[in-house]
Design a protein around this ligand. Structure first.
Ligand code: TMP
Length: 244
């Protein structure tokens, strides 16, 4: 498989075409951004860690019967993925109050929510990714009703699988953001990444932050924290393989 033209540059990744029309080549960047790109820094090693963490998580989800665009990891910072027509949506699932939820609704950070709360945001940098509801999605023709239902169901299923996975490595899954796309065969699949950039992950013993909030709030170096998440996932992967 050969890497061809660059077709998309996001904040955290480059996407290239390959000689296969439905397969793309992703390279993870070291760039970290917050506040819709207002805060921006190069952080050596971040791309490698997010690629490795995302690859392990997508593999785990596949074993749980959840399809994603992920095909395989190619190198420390590169993956092959299925091409998908992306919904212009960010889907956030929350188990514990934090971040914009706490701020908007005045709920104390750390409050356990009675059930997983699902939110949609319009993926549009110029509008600062506003929160939207299902009527907005339908009227803007971002997704059809059945597609919204499928996305909601998949997001909640992913939440359950991730809560269990992170619990096994002593991490509380506070909230996270997902993106979905439609592949050439018209299937809705999980896309983008699942990493400490896109999740809030708190250590179960002491609530230590193991995610990008540490960068967003200028609380220190994120690399050792992301490395800790990767090490715990790899240790679990090794133990699970031994048990097979
Ligand atoms: P929020 O509390 O800032 O709305 O974030 C909710 C979750 O979504 C949190 O885990 C961080 C993640 N997220 C992203 O991955 N990308 C984004 O652009 C935003 C706003 C949040």
């Amino acid at each position: 498989m050969n890497k061809k033209e660059l077709i998309y540059e996001g904040k955290a990744k480059w996407l290239f075409e390959t000689d296969e029309p439905n397969i793309l080549w992703v390279t993870y960047k070291n760039q970290a951004t917050a506040g819709n790109g207002v805060k921006k820094e190069e952080i050596l090693g971040k791309g490698k860690l997010n690629n490795q963490i995302t690859s392990l998580i997508f593999d785990h989800l596949e074993q749980k019967g959840i399809k994603s665009h992920f095909i395989k990891s190619l190198s420390d910072t590169e993956q092959l993925i299925q091409k998908a027509d992306m919904f212009a949506l960010e889907v956030v699932v929350r188990n514990v109050a934090a971040g914009s939820f706490s701020k908007r609704l005045g709920v104390k950070e750390g409050t356990e929510l009675d059930f997983p709360v699902l939110e949609f945001y319009l993926k549009e940098d110029e509008l600062n990714d506003p929160i939207i509801n299902e009527d907005h999605i339908k009227v803007l023709q971002l997704a059809a009703e059945e597609e919204i239902e499928q996305i909601q169901q998949q997001a909640l299923k992913i939440n359950q699988a991730l809560i269990e996975l992170f619990k096994r490595i002593n991490i509380r899954l506070v909230d996270f953001k997902l993106e979905f796309g439609k592949t050439a065969d018209n299937k809705i699949v999980l896309a983008d990444e699942i990493s400490p950039d896109t999740c809030r992950l708190w250590d179960l013993d002491n609530n230590d932050r193991l995610d990008k909030d540490v960068f967003r709030k200028d609380l220190g170096d994120i690399i050792p924290l992301y490395q800790e998440v990767l090490d715990r996932l790899m240790q679990l992967d090794k133990e699970t393989m031994h048990n097979v």
